[in-house]
Design a protein around this ligand. Structure first.
Ligand code: HEC
Length: 128
C-alpha cells in the first residue's frame, strides 16, 4: 500500500532526526530586544550639576559657567547624540578643538547607562 510505505519513510526520518526531539518554531519575536533605557532630560540636568560637569562646562540650561572645558552651548552645536555619548563615556576618543586630553574624567566608569542616557538627552536638547 502506498500510504503505509509513506508512513514508514516518515517515521524513519523522524527517528533519524535526533531521537524525536521537538523543536517548535518560535514565530515572530517582537519587542523583546533590550532597548537602552530612555533618557530623562530632567534627570540629566540634575546629574549635570551633581556630577560636577558644570564645574568645567558652561551651559545655560544648567546655569553653570565652568571654563575648564568647552562651553557646551556652543561646542555641541550640530553634534549628534552618539558624539555626545562618546564624549562622556570616552572623553579622549575625540577631543573638542583647542582642548587637551586627560582633563575630563572618564564618566563611563562612574555613571551607569541610564545616567549617561539622561545626560545625553539633556545635552542634545540644548542644541536644537
Ligand atoms: C575636570 C573638568 C571636566 C569635568 C568635571 C567634565 N568635563 Fe566634559 N570636558 C572637559 C574638557 C577639558 C573637554 C574637552 C576635551 C575633550 O573633548 O575631552 C570636555 C569635553 C566634553 C564634551 C565634548 C564637547 C565637544 O564639543 O566636543 C562633552 C559633551 C562633555 N565634556 C560633557 C561633560 C559632562 C556631561 C560632564 C559631567 C558628567 C563633564 N563633561 C565633566 C572637562 C570636563
Amino acid at each position: 500500500m502506498r500510504r503505509a510505505g509513506l508512513i514508514v519513510i516518515f517515521a524513519t526520518l523522524l527517528v533519524g532526526c535526533g531521537g524525536g526531539e521537538t523543536v517548535s518554531p518560535t514565530g515572530e519575536v517582537e519587542g523583546t530586544l533590550p532597548k537602552a533605557a530612555a533618557g530623562n532630560p530632567a534627570q540629566g540636568k540634575a546629574l549635570f550639576t551633581s556630577q560636577g560637569c558644570g564645574g568645567c562646562h558652561a551651559l545655560k540650561a544648567a546655569g553653570t559657567k565652568g571654563a575648564i572645558g568647552p562651553n557646551l552651548d556652543q561646542s555641541l552645536k550640530g553634534k549628534d547624540e552618539a558624539y555626545i555619548r562618546e564624549s562622556i563615556v570616552d572623553p579622549n576618543a575625540k577631543l573638542a578643538s583647542g582642548f587637551q586630553p586627560g582633563i575630563m574624567p572618564n564618566y563611563g566608569e562612574q555613571l551607569d547607562s541610564k545616567q549617561v542616557a539622561d545626560l545625553v538627552v539633556f545635552l542634545s536638547k540644548q542644541q536644537s
